[in-house]
Design a protein around this ligand. Structure first.
Ligand SMILES: [Zn+2]
Length: 406
């Protein structure tokens, strides 16, 4: 059983490296005509160097992460920590096991995160983050994920004890509720990391008011965010649902783009909101949870999984944790339709721009954003198929101007 778990884990790691390799192999593919003007020669050379630096870092950090996981699994460290304290409470032992295993891989995450931010991003002039912000982010992220993870595992153990295998049905609703909670309160959590202010009065504000009136998206839900606190890279997003919907424009986007371009990007986000893309993609996310719990039904109660990793009896918390390895191949397949739907929504939101703002302005904004973040313009089609939530730029442009297909 132990061999099987480790084999699945290694196979999925290999698959990740295969995707990285495909993009690497495709790095010198000729640029399609409609994106040839994104980079000049000098910038394109820098973009390639940036990709290579990230690739090298990714391989080294990935291999070390893999080594750590193999040590943790190979030496049964979960059960070692579980029995270490000799305390009575099952819950406290499980918490200790989770926290200790997380602490083992945390230093790697911090070190490679720091190298990425302060070496690579800084080398290419992207980084704006200070050491204080960087450390603050890690502490906040770790606290949020620890509370969420330990809360969920406690609830799972509690329900498993109370209602037995019905826990898998009940937990479907728990996970759906948690997912809706996170989407609904996304903006609330974002405020822990960034500042959000209304758009300043002026030409841009007037144009936004006009667009808001025309498309029916409430203007008081449109904010500027201090993205410049961490990076020069620009972005915009739509989040939440119901009365918690917001559209966020990074201050870096407002700084870099013309008013027409900002309006086009904003129209794209309003398109996501108006066409209810968050709601429409919900069934696919619910599907993922159903898969997780279906596989969970077969994995969590398997005594042989716990005993293979040093436990003397069934440990549902450990089996629940190891479930992530068992579902990873299915989730990799599941991500194909999920990404396809997400890419279809991007085309759909772009179409909204063509109807309510300017396609030209959207294209020039997208080109600017791709250039200013050294984005990869020639991802391998297979990687796009299995992973990309956004279509490659050349395809988005082609979709807006089908007659000028490159
Ligand atoms: Zn979008």
């Amino acid at each position: 059983m132990k061999i099987m778990v480790i084999a699945i884990y290694l196979l999925m790691e290999l698959f990740e490296y295969f995707l990285v390799y495909l993009n690497y192999k495709n790095r010198n593919a000729p640029l399609p005509d409609n994106v040839k003007d994104v980079y000049d020669e000098e910038t394109y050379a820098k973009q390639k160097a940036y990709e290579m630096d990230n690739l090298r870092l990714g391989i080294v950090s990935g291999l070390l992460g893999l080594a750590v996981t193999l040590v943790v699994l190979g030496f049964d460290l979960h059960s070692v920590f579980f029995y270490m304290l000799g305390i009575e409470s099952m819950y406290l032992r499980v918490y200790f096991m989770f926290i200790m295993v997380a602490l083992i891989s945390l230093p790697l995450g911090i070190i490679f995160g720091a190298i990425k931010t302060f070496k690579i991003e800084a080398k290419y002039g992207f980084n704006k983050s200070t050491v204080g912000t960087f450390i603050g982010d890690i502490i906040k992220e770790q606290l949020i994920s620890a509370v969420l993870m330990l809360g969920l595992i406690s609830l799972f153990m509690l329900l498993h004890g109370a209602i037995g295998n019905m826990v898998f049905v009940a937990f479907f609703f728990v996970l759906v509720a948690v997912m809706l909670f996170i989407i609904f309160f996304f903006h609330f959590f974002s405020k822990l990391f960034n500042k959000f202010v209304p758009i300043e009065e002026g030409e841009l504000k007037d144009r936004i008011d006009e667009l808001s009136l025309r498309t029916g998206f409430p203007v008081k839900k449109i904010f500027s965010m201090d993205g410049s606190k961490r990076s020069t890279k620009a972005n915009a997003y739509f989040a939440g649902f119901g009365r918690n919907r917001v559209i966020v424009l990074y201050d870096t986007l407002i700084e870099k783009c013309t008013v027409d371009e900002i309006i086009a990007v904003l129209a794209h986000e309003i398109g996501h909101a108006k066409k209810r893309h968050t709601l429409m993609s919900a069934p696919l996310r619910f599907g993922a949870m159903a898969i997780l719990l279906l596989v969970g039904y077969f994995v969590v109660n398997q005594v042989s999984i716990s005993t293979a990793f040093g436990f003397s009896e069934l440990n549902i918390a450990f089996n629940f944790l190891i479930l992530t390895i068992f579902v990873s191949p299915i989730f990799a397949l599941w991500s194909i339709p999920v990404s396809a739907v997400s890419r279809a929504f991007e085309y759909d939101a772009d179409k909204f721009v063509a109807e309510h703002a300017s396609s030209e302005a959207l294209i020039s904004a997208l080109k600017k954003l791709h250039r200013d973040s050294y984005a990869n313009l020639t991802p391998h089609p297979f990687v796009v198929l299995v992973q990309y939530s956004h279509p490659p730029l050349t395809q988005r442009i082609a979709a807006l101007y089908p007659e000028e297909k490159s």
